[in-house]
Design a protein around this ligand. Structure first.
Ligand SMILES: Cc1cc2nc3c(=O)[nH]c(=O)nc-3n(C[C@H](O)[C@H](O)[C@H](O)COP(=O)(O)O)c2cc1C
Length: 210
């Protein structure tokens, strides 16, 4: 059985992929893990665009320094945060909690107050930064899930968000791209980094026991 740590040792930020398609059930498992990722208050202030269309990926590539994984992978996931967090967003979430847990929305008044307290204390840049932190947690969960499914992946910040937003029409959707994740299968013949030893700081250097 693949344990998480074995698979985290197996995965690497894949630079070259072989174009093979990730089967739907594996894609679904990765997306479900992303859906189950935690976020502050559970608000999930982002969307994940799941892009398979090759023509669209070709248009994205120039906005991402022509990184090959974008077109050599099977799918490209774009994590895009809400460009604002409004009271309506919070009310929609309260309604979701209410229907999911079968409780009256009035019982959630204090919960809403806590969330609004956080949101109202942030300017728009602060809200986007806060939302991005949540999206990165989902990215991390997605990378781990892909590894467990033996699907290769690349977390990608190497792109121009303004250009990508333009290609994807994200402004009109009230979204801002923050990070991407290419998924597919490594091409060991062309990916020199496939054989690299993993570099990580030593336990003694990373963990501070107190
Ligand atoms: C948020 C984030 C953004 C990254 N952006 C890119 C990227 O644009 N292109 C790329 O090839 N690798 C990218 N990487 C991969 C890192 O360089 C890589 O994870 C790191 O060197 C550790 O190596 P490993 O993941 O192969 O173990 C990114 C990683 C993270 C976490």
């Amino acid at each position: 059985m693949n344990t998480l740590n074995t698979q985290l040792g197996w995965r690497y930020a894949t630079k070259r992929m072989n174009g093979k398609e990730v089967p739907q059930e594996k894609l679904n498992a990765i997306l479900e893990a992303i859906r189950l990722a935690p976020s502050s208050y559970g608000l999930t202030p982002y969307k994940v665009l799941v892009i398979k269309d090759m023509e669209l990926r070709k248009k994205i590539q120039p906005a991402a320094w022509m990184q090959p994984q974008i077109v050599e992978g099977s799918h490209l996931l774009v994590f895009a945060v809400w460009d604002n967090i409004t009271e309506k967003n919070v009310d929609d979430y309260m309604n979701l909690v209410s229907t999911t847990r079968g409780m009256p929305v009035t019982a959630l008044a204090d919960f809403k107050k806590y969330i609004m307290g956080t949101v109202d204390g942030l300017d728009q840049t602060g809200k986007v930064t806060w939302a991005a932190k949540q999206a990165y947690i989902a990215l991390g969960v997605g990378l781990s899930a892909a590894a467990l499914e033996e699907v290769d992946s690349t977390p990608m910040e190497g792109f121009d968000p303004a250009k990508l937003d333009e290609v994807l029409g994200l402004k009109e959707k009230g979204l801002k791209s923050v990070v991407m994740m290419a998924i597919g299968y490594r091409d060991v013949a062309t990916d020199t980094s496939a054989g690299y030893k993993k570099v990580r700081r030593a336990k003694e250097d990373l963990f501070v026991n107190m």
